[in-house]
Design a protein around this ligand. Sequence first.
Ligand SMILES: Cc1ncc(COP(=O)(O)O)c(C=O)c1O
Length: 381
Amino acid sequence: MAPETSLPSFDLKRNYQRIRDEIGNAIESVLESQHFILGPEVERFEEEIAMYLGTPHAIGCASGSDALLLALMALDTGPGDEVITTPYSFFATASCITRLGAKPVFVDVDPKTYNISPAEVEKAITEKTRAILPVHLFGQMARVEDLLSIAEKREIPIVEDAAQAIGAARFLDGRPVKAGTVGTIGCFSFFPTKNLGAYGDGGLVTTSSKELASRLSRLRVHGAGEQYMHEEVGINSRLDALQAAVLRVRLRHLETWNTERRRAAGRYRLLFAEMNLENVVSIPEEETGNHHTYHQYVLRCEKRDELQNFLKERGIVTRVYYPRPLHLQTCFMSLGYAPGDFPVSEALSRETLALPMFPEILPEEQERVVAEIARFYKKSD
Ligand SMILES: Cc1ncc(COP(=O)(O)O)c(C=O)c1O
């Protein structure tokens, strides 16, 4: 039995308490308007988030998974095409490719940042490469400058999966550039536990191309530029006004919450150092030039599953992202990959553990987590 003072891996209730009144007012105004799908509230959110990200076009849609699908549809991805991506990510990163009849070409990740390795991407490029799809995993950007230099000389578009990285940035030529604004199209998720979460599903695509923006806007409404006039076959993937209203409130607080996450990550770092655990577990590395927003705080450790159970018995909830890399998923068996193809991703799937991380986590809660981890490794020496 878990002790009464259970520590969750994220705590949306604490967050809601901070903005309860603002949310109530925002929802009420949508209810008064009785305008629920797209419309003025969604347009305002799109303008505000475009401004926040520093991109000319932001188009809301129904989820991060749909954002990826719409992005690849807008780039005319289809049978015979290949899309290079990482096997160490959430399923939607690869399913958007196969749903369009194209082939995911996986390449391994960097063992320190867990992000796609640009050198491996370069080796995997063929005549059939339609796009490169890096993921900014756990809140830290991939090496986009290297990916850009590989992609630009071959005119291959980059679709950024920034589902976990809203507000993350990377310094390029001395200037911070936000995740999702570097490639041809950026994709975001507003799943409730994301750094900017809705109170339901939601997603966003961004682009600096006017042509792609209008194509994406059309694709999300069944391919109709004008109502009931279908220039192509799109999908139904709209952001609704209630979610947009919630997101407008939450966007105003995003920078504060991301700062709080960074502070919590700094505290974990200090605690691991104080407990002399730095050589026992690998804590997340913020690569030079990156502004990490710690969507997850992910350790790499030995005896991962035993540690997770030990913490669970003491009321501390942790999570495994991701227990099976994408190239070894049953539904992708026909792609012909086998265990051993991507050793880093496979090792990470066995060794990583996400600790409780959310803006409101208390210093004493973090102390408790690290103290229990210290106890576990002492005990199991
Ligand atoms: C890396 C990554 N890509 C895509 C998605 C899909 O987003 P959604 O759950 O909003 O469809 C997620 C969400 O979990 C994600 O973490």
